[in-house]
Design a protein. Sequence first.
Length: 196
Amino acid sequence: MPKSYSEQEREYIKKRLKEEAVKCLTQYGVRHTTVDEIVKRVNIPKGTFYLFYKSKELLLFEAIQEQHTFVTDELYQAISALSSQELSAEKITDLIFEFYKMTEKMPILNLLDLGEVELLARKLPREIVEEYLQDDIDMIAKMFALLPIKKEVDIEVMSAVFHTIYYATLHKTEIGEEQYDKALRTLIYGIVIQVI
């Protein structure tokens, strides 16, 4: 029979599982991160892991999602702090550009290549992926509500556009280190001037 944990213990274990999931993802990637390695690092029995998560993929996804939420919340705060005089295409481009540069500095968001993302998404329940995508669309809508955007802008398309840019950032080397920042900023600026 599984041990019962106090609420404080549950919070602590869940926090530690996510911390070690991030470290394992950074070190091993999705394929080679194992439940055995995570529980060894957290010092809990393997059965206890399954009291918290049905699969390693759900834990990994939650850890990635927390990092993503942190960055998007930062972007939202930066946009909401702008005065109406600062709502220029250049200023908005600068903020979004900095958002993408911030993701590059986060090991967990930076290490995932398209194959890793695809592998993880394939192993997640469809409703989890759909909920994540809807949350992302809702966050884009919330940010756009702060901006003077054109009425005909399709928020779902814009969410997909920003995902596309993120996936492009995973190919910085192939794009070319010297031109990457200029290309990224130009791409963002092109999108911004189409929507405001």
